[in-house]
Design a protein around this ligand. Structure first.
Ligand SMILES: [Zn+2]
Length: 265
Protein backbone atom coordinates (compact mmCIF):
# COMPACT_ATOMS: atom_id res chain seq x y z
CA UNK A 1 0.00 0.00 0.00
CA UNK A 2 1.34 3.39 -1.03
CA UNK A 3 0.47 6.57 0.87
CA UNK A 4 0.68 9.93 -0.86
CA UNK A 5 0.22 13.35 0.69
CA UNK A 6 -1.73 15.78 -1.49
CA UNK A 7 -2.47 19.44 -0.98
CA UNK A 8 -6.02 19.81 -2.31
CA UNK A 9 -6.58 23.49 -1.72
CA UNK A 10 -5.42 26.73 -0.16
CA UNK A 11 -7.05 29.07 2.32
CA UNK A 12 -5.52 32.36 3.35
CA UNK A 13 -7.17 34.92 5.59
CA UNK A 14 -4.55 37.45 6.70
CA UNK A 15 -3.20 38.06 9.27
CA UNK A 16 -3.35 34.27 9.68
CA UNK A 17 -0.82 32.09 7.85
CA UNK A 18 -1.61 30.42 4.54
CA UNK A 19 -3.37 27.11 5.15
CA UNK A 20 -3.24 23.88 3.18
CA UNK A 21 -5.86 21.19 2.56
CA UNK A 22 -3.70 18.16 3.41
CA UNK A 23 -5.35 15.00 2.09
CA UNK A 24 -4.03 11.44 1.91
CA UNK A 25 -4.25 9.18 -1.10
CA UNK A 26 -3.92 5.46 -0.36
CA UNK A 27 -3.12 3.23 -3.34
CA UNK A 28 -3.24 -0.54 -3.43
CA UNK A 29 -3.53 -2.77 -6.51
CA UNK A 30 -4.93 0.04 -8.66
CA UNK A 31 -7.55 0.95 -6.09
CA UNK A 32 -7.54 4.30 -4.29
CA UNK A 33 -8.88 5.74 -1.06
CA UNK A 34 -8.85 9.42 -0.16
CA UNK A 35 -8.69 10.86 3.34
CA UNK A 36 -10.63 14.12 3.11
CA UNK A 37 -11.66 15.49 -0.26
CA UNK A 38 -10.39 19.08 -0.34
CA UNK A 39 -11.82 21.87 -2.45
CA UNK A 40 -13.49 20.32 -5.50
CA UNK A 41 -14.10 21.14 -9.15
CA UNK A 42 -17.68 22.27 -8.50
CA UNK A 43 -16.43 24.67 -5.82
CA UNK A 44 -13.91 26.08 -8.31
CA UNK A 45 -16.65 26.45 -10.94
CA UNK A 46 -19.33 27.98 -8.68
CA UNK A 47 -17.72 29.19 -5.46
CA UNK A 48 -20.32 31.77 -4.41
CA UNK A 49 -23.15 29.32 -4.89
CA UNK A 50 -21.48 26.33 -3.27
CA UNK A 51 -19.64 27.91 -0.37
CA UNK A 52 -21.01 31.45 -0.12
CA UNK A 53 -19.19 34.76 -0.06
CA UNK A 54 -19.17 35.23 3.75
CA UNK A 55 -17.48 31.85 4.32
CA UNK A 56 -15.11 32.38 1.39
CA UNK A 57 -13.99 35.73 2.80
CA UNK A 58 -13.84 34.60 6.43
CA UNK A 59 -11.68 31.53 5.72
CA UNK A 60 -9.84 32.96 2.69
CA UNK A 61 -10.79 30.19 0.26
CA UNK A 62 -8.78 30.12 -2.98
CA UNK A 63 -9.96 28.17 -5.99
CA UNK A 64 -7.35 26.36 -8.06
CA UNK A 65 -8.49 23.59 -10.39
CA UNK A 66 -5.05 21.95 -10.60
CA UNK A 67 -5.03 21.43 -6.81
CA UNK A 68 -8.32 19.53 -6.70
CA UNK A 69 -7.97 15.86 -5.74
CA UNK A 70 -9.65 14.91 -9.01
CA UNK A 71 -7.07 16.68 -11.18
CA UNK A 72 -4.14 15.51 -9.07
CA UNK A 73 -5.34 11.90 -9.25
CA UNK A 74 -5.77 12.19 -13.02
CA UNK A 75 -2.23 13.55 -13.34
CA UNK A 76 -1.05 10.45 -11.49
CA UNK A 77 -2.64 8.39 -14.26
CA UNK A 78 -5.77 7.25 -12.43
CA UNK A 79 -9.45 7.82 -13.10
CA UNK A 80 -12.06 9.18 -10.73
CA UNK A 81 -13.70 5.75 -10.55
CA UNK A 82 -10.48 4.29 -9.11
CA UNK A 83 -11.33 6.14 -5.89
CA UNK A 84 -13.47 3.52 -4.15
CA UNK A 85 -13.56 5.11 -0.70
CA UNK A 86 -13.32 8.55 0.84
CA UNK A 87 -12.80 8.89 4.59
CA UNK A 88 -13.96 12.24 5.95
CA UNK A 89 -12.61 13.76 9.16
CA UNK A 90 -15.68 16.00 9.08
CA UNK A 91 -18.00 17.62 6.56
CA UNK A 92 -16.92 21.29 6.60
CA UNK A 93 -16.85 22.83 3.08
CA UNK A 94 -13.04 22.87 2.80
CA UNK A 95 -12.95 19.11 3.48
CA UNK A 96 -16.04 17.89 1.62
CA UNK A 97 -15.98 19.94 -1.59
CA UNK A 98 -14.26 17.19 -3.57
CA UNK A 99 -16.89 14.54 -2.77
CA UNK A 100 -18.93 15.35 -5.88
CA UNK A 101 -15.87 14.69 -8.07
CA UNK A 102 -16.03 11.02 -6.97
CA UNK A 103 -19.76 10.20 -6.93
CA UNK A 104 -19.16 6.43 -7.02
CA UNK A 105 -17.01 6.33 -3.88
CA UNK A 106 -18.23 5.14 -0.50
CA UNK A 107 -17.93 8.06 1.92
CA UNK A 108 -17.02 6.98 5.44
CA UNK A 109 -17.92 9.33 8.27
CA UNK A 110 -18.80 9.16 11.96
CA UNK A 111 -22.53 8.78 12.58
CA UNK A 112 -22.47 11.93 14.74
CA UNK A 113 -20.97 13.95 11.88
CA UNK A 114 -23.42 12.64 9.31
CA UNK A 115 -26.31 13.60 11.61
CA UNK A 116 -24.82 17.08 12.17
CA UNK A 117 -24.31 17.61 8.45
CA UNK A 118 -27.97 16.82 7.81
CA UNK A 119 -29.28 18.97 10.66
CA UNK A 120 -29.40 22.17 8.65
CA UNK A 121 -26.54 23.73 10.61
CA UNK A 122 -25.14 26.77 8.77
CA UNK A 123 -21.51 25.68 8.75
CA UNK A 124 -22.10 22.92 6.22
CA UNK A 125 -22.79 23.48 2.53
CA UNK A 126 -25.83 21.42 1.55
CA UNK A 127 -25.03 22.02 -2.15
CA UNK A 128 -21.87 19.92 -1.73
CA UNK A 129 -24.12 16.94 -0.95
CA UNK A 130 -26.83 17.25 -3.62
CA UNK A 131 -25.23 14.41 -5.62
CA UNK A 132 -26.21 12.16 -2.69
CA UNK A 133 -22.90 10.71 -1.55
CA UNK A 134 -22.82 6.99 -0.79
CA UNK A 135 -22.54 7.58 2.95
CA UNK A 136 -21.20 4.82 5.16
CA UNK A 137 -22.04 5.87 8.70
CA UNK A 138 -19.85 4.59 11.55
CA UNK A 139 -21.44 4.23 14.97
CA UNK A 140 -19.66 4.33 18.35
CA UNK A 141 -17.47 1.28 18.91
CA UNK A 142 -15.87 -0.61 21.80
CA UNK A 143 -12.71 -1.13 19.71
CA UNK A 144 -9.53 0.57 20.84
CA UNK A 145 -6.58 2.18 19.06
CA UNK A 146 -3.83 2.67 21.63
CA UNK A 147 -6.18 3.42 24.55
CA UNK A 148 -8.84 5.49 22.79
CA UNK A 149 -11.98 4.61 20.86
CA UNK A 150 -11.60 3.74 17.20
CA UNK A 151 -14.02 2.71 14.50
CA UNK A 152 -12.26 0.35 12.05
CA UNK A 153 -13.13 0.75 8.37
CA UNK A 154 -13.37 -1.82 5.60
CA UNK A 155 -12.05 -0.26 2.42
CA UNK A 156 -11.35 -1.53 -1.10
CA UNK A 157 -7.64 -0.91 -0.53
CA UNK A 158 -5.99 -3.52 1.67
CA UNK A 159 -5.14 -1.24 4.58
CA UNK A 160 -5.74 -0.89 8.29
CA UNK A 161 -7.68 2.35 8.62
CA UNK A 162 -9.87 3.60 11.46
CA UNK A 163 -11.82 6.68 12.44
CA UNK A 164 -10.62 7.99 15.81
CA UNK A 165 -13.21 10.26 17.47
CA UNK A 166 -11.72 13.69 18.22
CA UNK A 167 -14.95 15.60 18.68
CA UNK A 168 -15.34 19.32 19.26
CA UNK A 169 -14.35 21.18 16.10
CA UNK A 170 -17.58 19.65 14.83
CA UNK A 171 -19.90 17.29 16.71
CA UNK A 172 -18.60 14.20 14.90
CA UNK A 173 -15.07 15.27 13.97
CA UNK A 174 -12.62 12.34 13.81
CA UNK A 175 -8.97 11.71 13.17
CA UNK A 176 -8.03 8.98 10.70
CA UNK A 177 -5.45 6.35 11.71
CA UNK A 178 -3.66 4.53 8.89
CA UNK A 179 -1.16 1.75 9.52
CA UNK A 180 2.03 2.39 7.58
CA UNK A 181 4.42 -0.52 8.11
CA UNK A 182 5.40 -0.74 11.77
CA UNK A 183 4.03 2.68 12.69
CA UNK A 184 0.81 4.63 12.38
CA UNK A 185 -0.13 7.79 10.57
CA UNK A 186 -2.75 9.86 12.37
CA UNK A 187 -4.46 12.49 10.25
CA UNK A 188 -5.93 14.74 12.94
CA UNK A 189 -8.09 16.79 10.56
CA UNK A 190 -8.88 20.10 12.27
CA UNK A 191 -8.33 18.82 15.83
CA UNK A 192 -5.52 21.31 15.63
CA UNK A 193 -4.97 23.95 12.95
CA UNK A 194 -1.26 24.33 13.62
CA UNK A 195 1.13 21.85 15.16
CA UNK A 196 2.19 24.45 17.72
CA UNK A 197 -1.14 23.75 19.46
CA UNK A 198 0.34 20.45 20.65
CA UNK A 199 2.59 22.46 22.95
CA UNK A 200 0.73 25.65 23.88
CA UNK A 201 -2.68 27.31 24.22
CA UNK A 202 -0.94 30.67 24.09
CA UNK A 203 -1.01 31.21 20.33
CA UNK A 204 -3.38 33.40 18.28
CA UNK A 205 -4.64 30.33 16.39
CA UNK A 206 -6.15 28.95 19.61
CA UNK A 207 -8.70 31.77 19.65
CA UNK A 208 -9.69 30.88 16.07
CA UNK A 209 -9.98 27.20 17.04
CA UNK A 210 -12.32 28.14 19.90
CA UNK A 211 -14.35 30.38 17.61
CA UNK A 212 -14.81 27.64 15.01
CA UNK A 213 -15.51 24.86 17.52
CA UNK A 214 -19.02 23.48 17.74
CA UNK A 215 -18.19 22.26 21.29
CA UNK A 216 -15.06 23.92 22.63
CA UNK A 217 -14.85 21.83 25.82
CA UNK A 218 -14.83 18.66 23.70
CA UNK A 219 -12.27 20.24 21.36
CA UNK A 220 -9.95 20.88 24.29
CA UNK A 221 -10.37 17.28 25.48
CA UNK A 222 -9.49 16.04 22.00
CA UNK A 223 -6.41 18.25 21.92
CA UNK A 224 -5.40 16.83 25.32
CA UNK A 225 -5.69 13.32 23.87
CA UNK A 226 -3.42 14.28 20.97
CA UNK A 227 -0.86 15.85 23.31
CA UNK A 228 -0.77 12.67 25.39
CA UNK A 229 -0.51 10.38 22.34
CA UNK A 230 2.30 12.55 21.00
CA UNK A 231 4.14 12.44 24.31
CA UNK A 232 3.67 8.74 25.06
CA UNK A 233 3.70 7.25 21.55
CA UNK A 234 5.49 9.87 19.47
CA UNK A 235 7.80 7.28 17.91
CA UNK A 236 4.93 5.01 16.85
CA UNK A 237 2.50 7.67 15.63
CA UNK A 238 3.23 10.25 12.95
CA UNK A 239 0.64 12.94 13.49
CA UNK A 240 -0.32 15.76 11.14
CA UNK A 241 -3.28 18.02 10.49
CA UNK A 242 -5.12 19.38 7.48
CA UNK A 243 -4.15 23.03 7.52
CA UNK A 244 -0.55 23.35 8.75
CA UNK A 245 1.55 23.93 5.62
CA UNK A 246 4.72 23.01 7.50
CA UNK A 247 3.43 19.46 7.97
CA UNK A 248 3.16 18.82 4.24
CA UNK A 249 6.06 16.77 2.90
CA UNK A 250 8.42 18.64 0.59
CA UNK A 251 6.99 17.11 -2.59
CA UNK A 252 3.41 18.04 -1.74
CA UNK A 253 4.59 21.50 -0.79
CA UNK A 254 5.86 21.88 -4.34
CA UNK A 255 2.29 21.34 -5.44
CA UNK A 256 1.37 24.01 -2.94
CA UNK A 257 3.82 26.61 -4.23
CA UNK A 258 2.85 25.77 -7.80
CA UNK A 259 -0.12 28.06 -7.20
CA UNK A 260 2.21 30.99 -7.68
CA UNK A 261 3.10 29.69 -11.15
CA UNK A 262 0.33 27.27 -12.14
CA UNK A 263 1.39 23.69 -12.62
CA UNK A 264 1.92 22.85 -16.30
CA UNK A 265 -0.36 20.10 -17.60
ZN1 LIG B 1 -10.80 22.79 7.84
Amino acid sequence: MKVRHLNCGILHAPPGPQASCHCLLLEDAGRLALVDAGIGLEDVARPDERIGRPAIDAAGFQFHEHLTARRQIERLGFEATDVRDIVLTHADPDHAGGLSDFPDANVHVAAEELAASKSGTQRYSSLQFTHEPRWVSHEPSSKRWFDIECRPLTLAVDAEVALVPLFGHTLGHCGVAVRDGDRWLLHVGDAYYLRVELSTDDHPVSALATLRAEDDAARRQSLAILRRLHEEHGAAIEMFGYHDVDELPESARDGFTSVISPMPE
